[in-house]
Design a protein around this ligand. Structure first.
Ligand code: SF4
Length: 280
């Protein structure tokens, strides 16, 4: 029996399928919940703080106001299930906020926020590829440079990729450029990934050729997803990412049973039988 084909993809779902088709299925097709993680929640908090910072008049964008924005963002988010589910005690929460504060301060080593002319923050965009496929993405920040050219900025709170992973990250960058071109009628001059932990910027200058390339690559990924959905054949692809994979206990590459992964939805969830049920 096949699996319903998704009608839209995001830069992260394209990257997920490319890294491991089975993890993609668990996450994006079965929509199995993943436990809250400190790293992901810290990322959410820092993104919100930087969004608040760039909502301020340029002259107000200092380290002090950025840290005040971080405190305000923490107050907003503390009761959100993503944060409450971390189960942090007072000491853990203070450590979590301290680490987020370090990332916010390192951001100032990458650029001067007073020089940024943001024209959009956390913008949801959609583009079409071919007849059926829609690509959806959220751009952290869209701005104009001194020449009036568009610049797309994406904040990253995890580690910067090693060289061999850099190319796959840049596929996501080119998807942002495609979203920009289709929605605003022009290609951004620059797409930059700001890795706050290092801190380090990875910068790409999209061209017609690179956008055509990412369009073809995304179409190829979608065709591979179509084939996998038609036969319900999503193979596991072992890599260093397995160490961080929520679904590892259910992964056949590690002796797990994928049909049991549905128990991640919690008590009371029906587990589909691997064979047809015989009723009396
Ligand atoms: S453990 Fe590794 S191979 Fe298995 S689903 Fe997760 S990422 Fe894929």
């Amino acid at each position: 029996m096949g699996v319903a084909l998704p009608m839209s993809l995001s830069p992260s779902s394209v990257s997920s399928f490319t890294s491991c088709p089975l993890a993609f299925k668990f996450s994006y097709l079965d929509r199995l919940p993943e436990p809250p993680s400190v790293a992901a929640s810290r990322g959410t908090l820092v993104h919100r703080a930087l969004e608040r910072l760039h909502d301020r008049p340029p002259s107000d964008r200092t380290i002090e106001t950025a840290l005040a924005d971080l405190d305000q963002a923490a107050t907003e988010l503390v009761d959100h299930p993503e944060f409450a589910g971390l189960g942090l005690d007072d000491h853990g929460w203070a450590k979590f906020l301290g680490e987020a504060g370090v990332l916010v301060q390192r951001y100032f080593e990458l650029e001067d926020p007073q020089a940024v002319r943001a024209i959009g923050l956390e913008i949801k965009l959609e583009a079409r590829i071919g007849e059926r496929l829609r690509i959806r993405g959220i751009i952290d920040r869209l701005e104009l440079d001194a020449d009036g050219e568009l610049i797309v900025t994406d904040y990253k709170t995890g580690a910067a990729p090693r060289e061999q992973h850099e190319r796959s990250r840049l596929v996501g960058v080119q998807i942002y450029a495609l979203l920009c071109e289709q929605n605003f009628g022009r290609r951004p001059k620059r797409v930059q990934l700001l890795y706050l932990s290092t801190p380090e910027a990875i910068i790409a200058e999209p061209s017609e050729q690179s956008i055509n390339g990412v369009t073809r690559k995304t179409e190829a990924v979608y065709k591979a997803i179509q084939r996998a959905c038609a036969t319900d054949n999503f193979r596991p692809n072992q890599s260093a990412l397995c160490s961080y994979c929520t679904f590892k206990p259910y992964c056949p590459a590690y002796g797990g049973d994928p049909t049991l992964a549905v128990e991640l939805r919690g008590p009371g969830t029906m587990i589909s039988a691997p064979l047809p049920l015989v009723t009396a």
